[in-house]
Design a protein around this ligand. Structure first.
Ligand code: ADP
Ligand code: MG
Length: 273
């Protein structure tokens, strides 16, 4: 099978002045081209670490990280990264912000600029191209961040909790827009979220992580009937909540175990929503 992403026996240890801390251990993961996969788990379980390894921002302590069949050694224009904070430069216009990615990757050609402008149109943002970020709502700003990420034509998108600073309605709209856009363009995506409903509604597959250290606990393939709905409609599907409840009870059981070992009852309530 050709794979967009493959992690083989990946372990990562952070070394700090306080000592060494095992963040993720023995992670095996593969994403097929065009697949949309979510990683869920409580905060601190290593989700961002896994994305940083795939993005080439960190080197694994052990194991192999491959993107498109090649070992990852540094950040690469073929991988786009989108974060919770949009990191728009306040003094640049929207269009100038969108072009930053092109400048950084040395792709600032007339064709690329034209493509960026078309993407802004597709996202309903053409009228804002000469505005500054301050004039935009949080949801619009995240749409700009998405355009900036897509403008460099990455094959793979890494999305690290991109909706968590948004209000619920905006988040639902953006979920639909992202899934529709990435499916239409045939992109592969790995979404990190602590919101289980969001993961199920958006993904082809959901991967549940354990923590201390982060390990893959379970993988759940989302049935075709739910996948073919938009994330908004998926939540209304009769099979949605049975799947939600099944994974939820597993997260609860896991955290109950974690509590007795680590005394972290409060984390369960804070993280699992
Ligand atoms: P998540 O994204 O799931 O919240 P992270 O990948 O950020 O988790 O962190 C996993 C673990 O690694 C946590 O215990 C965190 O404290 C630790 N960690 C993350 N980044 C660093 C770092 N730069 N230095 C040391 N420890 C880190
Ligand atoms: Mg994180």
């Amino acid at each position: 099978m050709n794979e967009e992403v493959r992690l083989e026996g990946v372990t990562h240890v952070y070394v700090t002045e306080q000592g060494a801390s095992l963040a993720v251990e023995a992670i095996n993961l593969a994403l097929a081209p065009g697949e949309f996969v979510s990683l869920v788990g409580p905060s601190g379980c290593g989700k961002t670490t896994i994305l940083s390894l795939i993005a080439g921002l960190l080197r694994p302590t052990q194991g192999a990280v491959m993107v498109n069949g090649r070992a990852v050694s540094r950040p690469d224009g073929k991988v786009g990264y989108m974060l919770q904070s949009d990191y728009l430069f306040p003094w640049r216009t929207i269009l100038q912000n969108v072009k930053i990615g092109l400048e950084l990757t040395g792709n600032r050609t007339p064709e690329a600029e034209e493509r960026a402008l078309r993407l802004l149109e597709e996202m309903g943002l053409a009228h804002t191209k000469d505005w500054v970020p301050q004039q935009l709502s949080g949801g619009m700003r995240q749409r700009v961040a998405l355009v900036r990420t897509l403008a460099t034509e990455p094959e793979l998108l890494l999305l690290d909790e991109p909706f968590s600073a948004l209000d619920y309605q905006t988040k639902l709209q953006l979920e639909d827009l992202i899934v529709e856009t990435l499916k239409k363009k045939g992109k592969t995506a790995l979404l990190v979220t602590h919101d289980l409903a969001e993961a199920i509604a958006m993904s082809d597959r959901v991967i549940v992580l354990d923590r201390h250290p982060g390990r893959i606990r379970r993988e759940v393939s989302i049935p075709e009937d739910i996948r073919k709905e938009t994330p908004f409609r998926a939540r209304e599907h009769p099979d949605f909540y049975p799947i939600f409840n099944e994974i939820w009870s597993e997260l609860e059981a896991k955290n109950a175990g974690g509590r007795s070992r680590h005394g972290e009852e409060e984390d369960r309530h804070a993280d699992a929503t």
